[in-house]
Structure formats: structure tokens, C-alpha cells
Design a protein around this ligand. Structure first.
Ligand SMILES: Nc1ncnc2c1ncn2[C@@H]1O[C@H](COP(=O)(O)OP(=O)(O)OP(=O)(O)O)[C@@H](O)[C@H]1O
Ligand SMILES: [Mg+2]
Length: 277
């Protein structure tokens, strides 16, 4: 039986200013899409805007066969990130504009989530206040990005699978982070370090996986592909090395393409955002 994974929380359009195009993205949404591509049945709960960008996100979810029965549409613009490219050709985030709305999961959402094996959210998901309820509904996976101690510590007891971006860490630092996190809740901890590869621990077992050498076009979304693929593989009963291997292959593939998972669209005008000052 297929693993079932539901992404809960953030979506954005990633606006590539130098290319005049935009792509659907956001951690919770990307993980749902990449889980589906890895063979899972996937769903996504979040809020999109009622503008062109929101339509791009919704159409991509439909095309990727991610279930969207609990997707909300808000009468506003869709959340977005602005991405530029520097003189050396490196991509950088100019900034993110969060959505002018907040996801609040109701009883029906939580009953829906309970029909999944795994629910995934993260540091941009805006559902930190409902982790206990999510954790009661399904195995909870959380991407902390590069946020460590102060942010992570109170959340970890609810979490079964934790992902960290650990590019600044050496091998000893990765091991210390994994054991620190595991002592607070998760049985499974994933630490990714870009081209330096990744480490996954499940209980006492630990495995380091090198990155697949690729010509990098755009690494955006690679971490999300990694987490989704590893979580699905482990859920299917794959061994730890096999799961890490599949995850690194999927993540490497993402690096070779523009956008997180494709579905690029012509750039829409920036929304007019009301300010209070
Ligand atoms: N330059 C690269 N070459 C090959 N593989 C890469 C490269 N960058 C990333 N990867 C693959 O993707 C995985 C995740 O990358 P990374 O650690 O950069 O994720 P991240 O910090 O979550 O970034 P993002 O959230 O932007 O995707 C790595 O462990 C590796 O397998
Ligand atoms: Mg990431």
C-alpha cells in the first residue's frame, strides 16, 4: 500500500526576477508534491490567494495529482518570494512576503489529516500552535530549516521526523545536533548540507549519504525533495542507506532544473499590498 503524506502550511510563488517567470513552491507544498512523485498518495492543506499566482499554485497541485479537498482560497494575493541572481550567477532571496492570512486547522482538517500516515509542516507553516493536534492525527514531520535551539526545543516533543539544514556544521556538529534532537522527541532526524551531502538517523542507526554530483542550475527545493523522498522510502520499509540514496538522487535531480518542481508561468505583476503606516 502506498504511503500517504499530507503537507500542511506554506505555499508561495517563487518569482525569478532575472527570468521574468515564477514557479510554485513553499516547503509544505513542495514536500507534498515530491512525496507524490516518490510514489506516495499526497494531500496539501494551505491557503492560496485569488490572484494569478494562486491559480498557478492550484493548477500545479492538480497536475501533480496532489489532493486539494481542504485547500482554501483567500480573497487576497498569494504569498511570494522574490529571487534575484548576483554577478557571479548565484541565486539569492531578496525577500519573502508572507500571506495576509493565517491557516487555522479546524476539526475537519484534523480528521482529514488522520487519514494520512505522515503529516509534514515546517518553520514557515505557521501552524506551530497546533503541533500537538497534528501529532495526534498522524506521524509528524517538521522542517526546521536553519533554525536551531531556541525555536526547535519546545516543538521537538511533538515531532517524529525532524529535518535541519546544517550547511554550517562539521561532522561532529551534525552528530551532536542529531542526538540533541532525538533526546527531545523525534526518532528520525535528517540533516542536509548541500553539496556536502546529508545524514539520516533512525534511532541509534546513522547513515551519511554523499550528494550526487550534478551541474547545478537551481538548488531551490532540493532539501524539500530530499525530505519527501526519504520519508516516503522509510515509510515503505526501505533500509536507511536505500532511503538516503533515493533522497539524494531526487534532490540532485531538482538541482538541475529551474524552480522547485517546475510548472513555471510568466511573471505576474506584483500585488498591490496595503500598508498601515
Ligand atoms: N550543489 C549540489 N550538488 C548536488 N546535490 C545537492 C547540491 N545542493 C543540494 N544537493 C542535494 O540536496 C540536498 C539538500 O540540499 P540543502 O542542504 O541545500 O537543502 P536546504 O538547505 O533545505 O535547501 P532548500 O530548502 O533551499 O532546498 C543535499 O543533501 C544534496 O543531496
Ligand atoms: Mg530546506
Amino acid at each position: 500500500m502506498a504511503v500517504r503524506l499530507c503537507g500542511v502550511g506554506d505555499n508561495v510563488v517563487d518569482r525569478y526576477l532575472h527570468l521574468d517567470c515564477m514557479f510554485p513552491g513553499g516547503n509544505a507544498l513542495n514536500v507534498a508534491v515530491f512525496a507524490r512523485r516518490a510514489g506516495a498518495e499526497a494531500g496539501y492543506i494551505g491557503i492560496i490567494g485569488d490572484d494569478v499566482s494562486g491559480t498557478v499554485v492550484r493548477k500545479a497541485l492538480i497536475a501533480e495529482k496532489v489532493e486539494i479537498t481542504r485547500l482554501r482560497v483567500n480573497e487576497s494575493f498569494n504569498a511570494f518570494s522574490q529571487i534575484g541572481i548576483d554577478r557571479d550567477g548565484n541565486r539569492y532571496f531578496i525577500g519573502s512576503t508572507p500571506p495576509p492570512y493565517r491557516l487555522r486547522l479546524d476539526r475537519e482538517d484534523l480528521a482529514y489529516v488522520a487519514s494520512y500516515d505522515v503529516v509534514h509542516t515546517g518553520d514557515y507553516g505557521q501552524v506551530e500552535g497546533q503541533l500537538a493536534e497534528l501529532s495526534a492525527a498522524a506521524r509528524l514531520s517538521f522542517d526546521f530549516g536553519s533554525k536551531l535551539a531556541d525555536y526547535a526545543e519546545p516543538l521537538l516533543p511533538h515531532i517524529r521526523i525532524a529535518t535541519f539544514s546544517g550547511s554550517g556544521l562539521d561532522d561532529a556538529g551534525v552528530l551532536a545536533l542529531i542526538r540533541w534532537a532525538q533526546a527531545r522527541g523525534p526518532d528520525t532526524v535528517i540533516v542536509t548540507r548541500g553539496a556536502a551531502g546529508s545524514t539520516i538517523a533512525v534511532g541509534e542507526a546513522i547513515h551519511h549519504e554523499p550528494a550526487v554530483p550534478v551541474t547545478v542550475t537551481d538548488s531551490l527545493g532540493a532539501g524539500d525533495a530530499y525530505t519527501a523522498t526519504a520519508v516516503v522510502a522509510l515509510g515503505e520499509g526501505a533500509s536507511l542507506p536505500e532511503a538516503a540514496h533515493r533522497a539524494a538522487a531526487a534532490a540532485g535531480e531538482v538541482c538541475t532544473r529551474l524552480g522547485a518542481f517546475g510548472h513555471g508561468a510568466p511573471m505576474a505583476p506584483l500585488p498591490v499590498i496595503a500598508t498601515t503606516d
